[in-house]
Design a protein around this ligand. Structure first.
Ligand code: PEP
Ligand code: MN
Length: 684
């Protein structure tokens, strides 16, 4: 068949998809009218979860994988929510359709303009964009009614606050009426496709350069030049036509001015976002159904407890802060203004009460505005929905109910059969009765959800780890594991791909939206591994490597601590305490089998340890049946038995072709075994 014939078919399928999307959006608009008249909330998490479960099921019958269907429907649901919010907001803030004039700092193609275009994309009327050289001018033209809105960047996730804008906000009469969170992908752009080593001058905005310091430090004999915005740097490189010059800016700006992309993703942090605010002369009202934020600036008296008292006003009304920042007060050295964003609508009673409380405890208070939050929660499909069947009532797990603090306080000394009570550990329930729940990207461990972590013993290739990630996601797993630094008993065994492997693991995790778990072997690697991985694993051989534990205590990353094969429960808990007490409170305990006189299995999985740990510690506890079993056919039965005693999760090893695995092939589950195990765990 001719390629043109196939392309024609694809074109006509896409035309149908677009027509249906548009139809769907208009039905969603009708739904909001009904929700409005019946006083219903905008979103219904149950309905969204059911919808996703149904679509995943239907998608499967057409051969589509759950991850793909989930991603498509997250976009579609997001569009519905935004369309419905727009209807609500238009009803509340009536404005006749007219040409909107939007001011931003920079010239055409600047990030501010790209963000502005996104914010006003759904505007029915025409929008014109005007660039100004400085932030102050943007504020001025909106104040003077030369423009209707101004776009101003306030913070970047890599480089921090844009202080000049905060200072302008503290002075202007303008109100914040919206926010845009814009993912900034800095590219190196030049006139021709020259090798990076030939670049001698890099032009950009100082903020953009500050976000790419690691990349820039690799360029030898290369000068940096500041421009007032990234697009201007692009224009200058184009005008000069000098192939040894390059600009750091967006790909769009490069296209606009005719430059070539030499390299993408230059920012130090792969997830680099800038948050912009939209300023206008008049405040807006936000419908009570729309999640919104309020921004304020305040100052407190220079006396003990003043800030504490002000913050207490939020706590009393149960209001969540999304930002708290201190900035030097212009003109008053070593006095500070506090910038606060919180979740809440100015029209809510609790917000009014909070503000009343603040008036009594601050020396200055300015309300910058109340506006819809940009990021909408994505309802995740339940693991049950993905594992295809309905949840069974979970087996009655031993030690499930949380004992009251008083009841456990005597526990340890009681178990030791004496009254020579030792000092309680910080990880003990007698110190903190409620269970610790850790949030790791989208996943939660330590709460009611049973979290499955799976992946290969070792990362071996891009293809192998990608296939594993896909299978983990497809079966309802919540995290991806993969060893890159392997502690092998024999020096001749495969030692892992190191940081190269870690990059492959992270890439696969990002593609399938799974946090990644990897073992760190050396204290010297902890910081570097923590920059890439979401969770750090301490292998059984290292449970009492206090040099390693000490380094892990210093990083802000959850640690899975495996029980040493010869460690008693108390020694295990002491090792966790070591990390916890030195500053890292995100520790997950993992039972993976201990050494007994029995040699038929690789190790003896100590299932009794799970309920005991749950009783004695508030930390999450998981099970690794793979390493205890040592042989594939035992892994699933042990996993199911382990699930029955009530851990917060499980970690298992899988491999697309276990016969070819470079490590632990004999115990790796085949994909179909893993799928079946997941069905068993989550099914009715
Ligand atoms: C692992 O999980 O990759 C591992 C090496 O396991 P253990 O430390 O439990 O032997
Ligand atoms: Mn292994």
């Amino acid at each position: 068949m001719e390629i043109d014939v196939l392309r024609d078919r694809i074109n006509s399928i896409d035309a149908q998809i677009l027509k249906l999307l548009s139809e769907r959006r208009s039905v969603a608009r009708d739904v909001i009218d009904l929700k409005k008249s019946q006083g219903m909330l905008l979103r219904d998490a149950r309905r969204e979860e059911d919808l996703l479960a149904q679509r995943i099921d239907e998608g499967r019958s057409h051969g589509l994988d759950a991850h793909f269907v989930t991603r498509v429907f997250h976009e579609i649901l997001d569009d519905s929510v935004r369309a419905q919010e727009l209807v609500l907001q238009q009803g509340l803030n009536r404005e006749e359709a007219r040409l909107l004039r939007v001011a931003y700092q920079g010239i055409e193609g600047a990030y501010s303009q790209l963000a502005a275009k996104r914010f006003f994309a759904s505007n029915a009327g025409d929008v014109s964009y005007y660039g100004y050289p400085t932030f102050a001018e943007v504020v001025d033209v909106v104040e003077e009614n030369i423009a209707d809105y101004g776009l101003l960047p306030v913070e970047n996730t890599t480089a921090g606050n844009i202080n000049e804008v905060y200072d302008l906000l503290s002075r202007t009469k303008l109100q914040v009426v919206g926010e845009v969170i814009f993912q900034v992908d800095h590219c190196l752009l030049a006139c021709e496709e020259v090798p990076i080593s030939l670049i001698r001058r890099v032009l950009s905005h100082p903020q953009a350069l500050a976000q790419c310091t690691r990349f820039l430090s690799q360029l030898r004999e290369c000068r940096q030049e500041f421009y007032v915005d990234t697009a201007m740097a692009v224009r200058k490189v184009k005008e000069d036509g000098d192939p040894t010059q390059a600009a750091i800016a967006s790909e769009e700006a490069g296209k606009l001015y005719g430059l070539k992309v030499i390299q993408r993703k230059l920012a130090d942090q792969p997830e680099n976002y800038t948050r912009f605010i939209v300023a206008a002369r008049k405040p807006i009202r936000v419908d009570y159904r729309i999640p919104c934020k309020t921004s304020i600036i305040m100052a407190t008296a220079h006396q003990p407890g003043a800030l504490n008292k002000a913050l207490d006003a939020f706590y009393r009304q149960g209001i969540n802060l999304t930002k708290l920042d201190a900035r030097p007060k212009p003109g008053s050295p070593f006095e500070y203004l506090f910038y606060i964003d919180f979740e809440g609508n100015l029209e809510e009673d609790r917000v009014q009460k909070t503000l009343a409380g603040l008036r009594g405890s601050t020396t200055f208070l300015k309300i910058l505005g109340c506006y819809p939050m940009e990021s909408r929660q994505k309802t995740p499909p339940s693991a049950q929905a993905i594992a295809h069947q309905r949840p069974r009532s979970s087996p009655r797990a031993v030690g499930e109910e949380e004992p009251p603090a008083a009841a456990v306080s005597a526990l340890r000394s009681e178990e030791k059969g004496g009254d020579q009570a030792e000092e309680a550990r910080l990880i003990d329930r007698s110190t903190k009765a409620e269970s610790t729940v850790l949030r790791i990207r989208g996943a939660e461990i330590g709460g009611a959800e049973f979290v499955v972590i799976a992946g290969p013993c070792s990362v071996e290739s891009e293809e192998q780890v990608r296939l594993c990630a896909r299978q983990v996601k497809e079966c309802g797993g919540k995290m991806l594991r993969g060893g890159c630094f392997k502690p092998r008993t024999s020096p001749r065994s495969f030692q892992g791909l190191g940081f190269e492997g870690l990059e492959l693991l992270v890439r696969a995790g990002r593609e399938y939206d799974l946090p990644v778990v990897t073992e760190v072997l050396s204290p010297a690697d902890v910081v570097a591994v923590a920059e890439l991985a979401d969770v750090l694993l301490v292998g059984a051989r290292n449970m009492q490597n206090y040099g390693l534990l000490g380094e892990l205590a210093k990083v802000n990353r959850p640690v899975i601590l495996k029980r040493g094969t010869t460690a008693s429960l108390d020694e295990f808990l002491d090792a966790a305490e070591y990390i916890f007490a030195r500053g890292n409170h995100q520790v997950i305990l993992c039972e993976r089998g201990i050494r007994t006189f029995e040699t038929v299995t690789r190790n003896t999985l100590d299932l009794g340890a799970i309920p005991i740990i749950k009783k004695r510690s508030h930390l999450p506890v998981i099970v690794d049946p793979s390493h205890a079993a040592g042989q594939r056919d035992l892994v699933v039965p042990l996993a199911l038995a382990a699930h029955a005693v009530g851990p917060h999760g499980m970690m298992v090893e899988i491999h697309p072709e276990p016969e070819k695995a470079l490590s632990d092939g004999p115990l790796a589950l085949r994909f179909e075994d893993f799928a079946e195990m997941m069905d068993e765990i989550y099914q009715g």
